[in-house]
Structures are given as structure tokens and as C-alpha cells.
Design a binder for this molecule. Structure first.
Ligand code: PBG
Length: 327
């Protein structure tokens, strides 16, 4: 048979396949999100996220060491305070749980890059991501709190802040307050394109942050919308976001690829709790090859355009990269 093109030719053998691979990744792009609680000697498995835990600070130090040994040197922290109130005051308390965790991690592991998730839902008694007026989250009043939370995290040692609240104007508000306080070099990674997703279910168990009434659809995005993702991304770039993020990752490859094409800042994709749980649960049941599926889903995010990948599988992915399974 005379064929000019034989695409199979380049699939012949692992050496050739790896040479012509279009998507390459490495461990420097991985961020591990994790949860810190008050108290001592606590390491509680999150029931809906097998293999993920809520750590007290002493236990978090062991986890950080394990991550560093695996080659993952970036963590994103979520604090879960004992005391929650209407304005989430523990989120910006000088000695709040996340601030203390950052101080302890920085002191012990100066080489660990610390990212603070900036939001209120883990800290408010009502579980919404801002200040309530009646049943509405008041955008403009919330901004000053969001900025205050970011500043308190940076003052406690955060190298980067990542606002996930989805208020309009938050990037500008955070940037202004950080700059006024001399933190002009602290980058902001915006959860710019964040959908009101059912994939966050397990996280809300983990962080005890489910809204006590209603949902987050009045601030997080409607997942029927694609062009609106660009609107959010571009306005955050204008407000001064250094890095953008799309969230969730797995079902949102079109959005990742749109934002990548339309902007010139680094782009993150957050593989959220529900993605982790699906893979983990099916893996534990023996229905799928968990490692292979994890690799395929991660590669899809990079293939769509992600430069940075936030995942609860960070350690396992780093290992897969070491073993040459991906990357
Ligand atoms: C806080 C926040 C959430 C997640 C990250 N930051 C929860 C939410 O918006 O309800 C979800 C992360 C995950 O599901 O892994 N607003």
C-alpha cells in the first residue's frame, strides 16, 4: 500500500513517542492544597477525600517535609478555625490558624513556597464567602475584608495570595492594600474563572464551609457560560492579577484553552476535591487504574494550556513524573 502519511510511524516505541510528545510537565508546576486545623496532634482523614487529612500545625510540619521530599515545594493552605462568626474574623486575626501555620512552616522550611487561599467561607458562621446583608453577599463591603485577609497572610509569611471569593474588584483591592504596606513584590494568583460547581462538595466537608442557606451562584460563575470566563480573566489581568486560575479543571478544558489564548500571564488549573474523590473512590473500588487515570486527567489540563496545576494528587503526580509515566 502506498501511503504518504502513516501517523503510526511515530508511535513505534516509547523512545520515539516521548520524543514527539506535545505536552511536557514537571514538578515545579505542582501546588498541593491542604487543610490546617487548631489543636495538637490532629491528623483527621476527610471521609469524602480518602488519603487527604486535616492537620494541626505540628502534624502539618511532617506533611510539609514529606511533600518536599517528593519534590513538591509549593503548598496552598486553607484554615479551619474553631470559632466562626458573621464576619469571619479569624480569617484576618494576627494569630489565626492559617497565620500561625504559615509562621511555623516558614520557620521550619524556608524553602517551602506558601500560598494563602483568601476567602471567608471557612471562617464565617453562615458559610458564605463574604459579608451578608440579608441573604445577599455584599460585594463592596466584602472587599475590604478580603484585602485584610490577604495582608494578614502575607504578614504571617505567605509568599503569594490566591483570592477565591469571586467578589468583583478584589484583585485591585488586594493589590492596593499590599502595596500600601510595602508588599509590592507579593504576587496575586486569582481564582479568576471559578464556576459554581458541584465538584466542590468534598472540599466543603473538609473545610466545614458549606453555605448554611442557599448556594454560591450569585458570586461564582454559571457553568453554562464560556465567553464570560474571558470577561472574568481579562478584568482580573487589568486589575493586576499576576497569575490566573481556572477552576475546576477536569470538565473545563475549553475554558483553560480560551484563557490561555486570550491572555499573557501564567495560567493555573485547579483540579478540585470532587475530581480527586471520583478518581480515588473508583480506584479504591478497583474499577479503574487510579494512577493511570490521575496522569491522564492531569495531562489533559496541561494539554489545554495550564502552566500550573493545583491538585490533591501532587505527591502521587510527582512520583509518576519521576517514574517517567508522564511529563
Ligand atoms: C473557598 C474555596 C473553595 C474551594 C477552594 N476555595 C470552596 C468553594 O468555593 O465552595 C474548592 C476547592 C475544592 O473543591 O477542592 N471559596
Amino acid at each position: 500500500m502506498e501511503l504518504i502519511h502513516r501517523p503510526r510511524r511515530l508511535r513505534n516505541g516509547e523512545i520515539l513517542r516521548k520524543m514527539v510528545r506535545e505536552t511536557r510537565m514537571d514538578k515545579s508546576s505542582l501546588i498541593y492544597p491542604t487543610f490546617v486545623v487548631e489543636g495538637e496532634n490532629r491528623k483527621e482523614e476527610i471521609p469524602s477525600m480518602a488519603g487527604q487529612y486535616r492537620y494541626s500545625i505540628d502534624q502539618l510540619l511532617y506533611k510539609a517535609e514529606e511533600m518536599l521530599e517528593a519534590g513538591v515545594n509549593k503548598v496552598m493552605l486553607f484554615g479551619i478555625p474553631d470559632h466562626k462568626d458573621a464576619c469571619g474574623s479569624e480569617a484576618y486575626a494576627e494569630h489565626g490558624i492559617v497565620q500561625e501555620a504559615m509562621r511555623a512552616l516558614k520557620a521550619r522550611f524556608p524553602e517551602l513556597y506558601l500560598i494563602g487561599d483568601v476567602c471567608m467561607c471557612e471562617y464565617t458562621s453562615h458559610g458564605h464567602c463574604g459579608i451578608l446583608h440579608g441573604h445577599d453577599v455584599d460585594n463592596d463591603e466584602t472587599l475590604q475584608y478580603i484585602a485584610k485577609i490577604a495582608l494578614s497572610q502575607v504578614e504571617a509569611g505567605a509568599d503569594m495570595v490566591a483570592p477565591s471569593d469571586m467578589m468583583d474588584g478584589r484583585i485591585a483591592a488586594i493589590r492596593a492594600l499590599l502595596d500600601q504596606n510595602g508588599h509590592t513584590n507579593t504576587p496575586i494568583m486569582s481564582y479568576a474563572v471559578k464556576y459554581a460547581s458541584s465538584f466542590y462538595g468534598p472540599f466543603r466537608d473538609a473545610a466545614e464551609s458549606a453555605p448554611s442557606f442557599g448556594d454560591r451562584k450569585a458570586y461564582q460563575m454559571d457553568w453554562h457560560n464560556r465567553r464570560e470566563g474571558l470577561k472574568e480573566a481579562l478584568s482580573d489581568v487589568e486589575e493586576g492579577a499576576d497569575i490566573l486560575m481556572v477552576k475546576p479543571a477536569m470538565a473545563y478544558g475549553d475554558i483553560i484553552s480560551d484563557v490561555k489564548a486570550a491572555t499573557n500571564v501564567p495560567l493555573g488549573a485547579y483540579s478540585v476535591s470532587g475530581e480527586y474523590s471520583m478518581v480515588k473512590t473508583c480506584g479504591n473500588l478497583g474499577y479503574v487504574d487510579e494512577t493511570a487515570m490521575m496522569c491522564e486527567i492531569a495531562t489533559a489540563a496541561y494539554r489545554a494550556g495550564a502552566d500550573i496545576y493545583l491538585t490533591y494528587f501532587a505527591k502521587e503526580l510527582a512520583k509518576a513524573m519521576d517514574e517517567g509515566r508522564i511529563g
